[in-house]
Design a protein around this ligand. Structure first.
Ligand code: PSU
Ligand code: MN
Length: 306
């Protein structure tokens, strides 16, 4: 890693975490600055940070802070990101541009993976990854390409339900990204528990995931490994409710001509409105649960290294 590229505090955060046994979990910031509206984005940050910590690992939110890649946000920086005040949505391709402009950038899954590679982080928790969009198969999230080339365990609730999930699963296979169900044999539906899409791998403990990860790396694989778990059933939204809202939201996006990086935040906000906030409660619950599992996996990996 080129240490000089990072804020001094970031280097210190990673160093301190390594000294505590190396159990570190990266968290993205686009879900905070673009994916969820206030006050829910603050709740998401608090719940995820606590969950990683409670599992015995160190959480680090990745971002570009005033042009500098950062691992861990100072309280004042976090406030700016939560206020969504001039904070860009930064994918992997935007990192250099955001840095050169000295701007604040909230990192998507793709950009967070790029920063994980830079900082040597191996475990990352998010909500749902991007993937192949419905009715627009040429609109494929840059998350997929980065997952194909970045060796990081990504804990999520599958791909966001606004996407073409069968196509996304096929692309992950083509790209050589293993998809492992944690306590499930099927791909979760992000806001909902089931999709009916069968997975080819299932592991039921953090230790088993850590073992599979070490083997994946030992055999020279440089792709990510997706670990998927459904949202907690108490907060999940029934598939038909999500689908109905998604159809309406997609129609609005088409009508308003929403394009590019704006599509995902627009659809998530519309679905939240249409489900009267149920999707947001599911999103918060699954983010927390994913952060906890990522913390457990990071602890299992660190234990094996010690
Ligand atoms: N997970 C959530 N909410 C989000 C996201 C993930 O629960 O808003 C973000 C992630 O940062 C992901 C991005 O990388 O949505 C996908 O955006 P796009 O489809 O434009 O690549
Ligand atoms: Mn896109």
């Amino acid at each position: 890693m080129s240490e000089s590229l990072l804020r001094p505090r970031s280097t210190a955060v990673i160093q301190a975490a390594r000294e505590r046994g190396g159990a570190v979990v990266a968290l993205e910031s686009s879900v905070l600055a673009q994916g969820l509206l206030p006050p829910y984005n603050r709740e998401a940050a608090t719940r995820m940070l606590r969950a990683v910590d409670a599992a015995g690992a160190t959480p680090v939110v990745t971002a570009v802070v005033r042009g500098v890649p950062a691992f861990g946000l100072d309280p004042a920086d976090l406030e700016r990101f939560l206020a969504r005040d001039g904070v860009r949505k930064v994918s992997a391709r935007d990192l250099g541009l955001c840095m050169a402009d000295g701007a604040d950038g909230a990192t998507t899954v793709a950009a967070t993976l790029a920063l994980c590679a830079l900082g040597g982080l191996e475990v990352f928790a998010t909500g749902g990854i991007g993937g192949v969009h419905r009715d627009a198969p040429f609109d494929e999230s840059a998350d997929l390409g980065e997952l194909a080339r970045t060796p990081v365990i990504v804990v999520c609730a599958g791909a966001k339900s606004i996407l073409d999930l069968p196509a996304t699963l096929e692309r992950l296979e083509t790209l050589g990204v293993p998809v492992v169900g944690y306590g499930t044999d099927e791909l979760p539906g992000f806001f909902s528990v089931t999709t009916g899409l069968r997975l080819t791998a299932r592991l039921d403990s953090a230790a088993a995931i850590a073992r599979a990860w070490r083997a994946h790396r030992a055999v020279g694989r440089t792709s990510a490994m997706l670990v998927v778990q459904p949202p907690p059933p108490a907060h999940a939204v029934p598939v038909d409710v999500v689908e109905q809202a998604t159809h309406v939201a997609l129609e609005s996006a088409r009508r308003d001509g929403v394009r590019g990086a704006g599509v995902t935040p627009f659809l998530l906000a519309e679905i939240s409105r249409l489900t009267e906030g149920r999707s947001v409660q599911a999103n918060l619950a699954l983010l927390e649960q994913n952060a906890r599992l990522a913390g457990e996996i990071a602890v299992a990996l660190a234990g094996a290294r010690a």
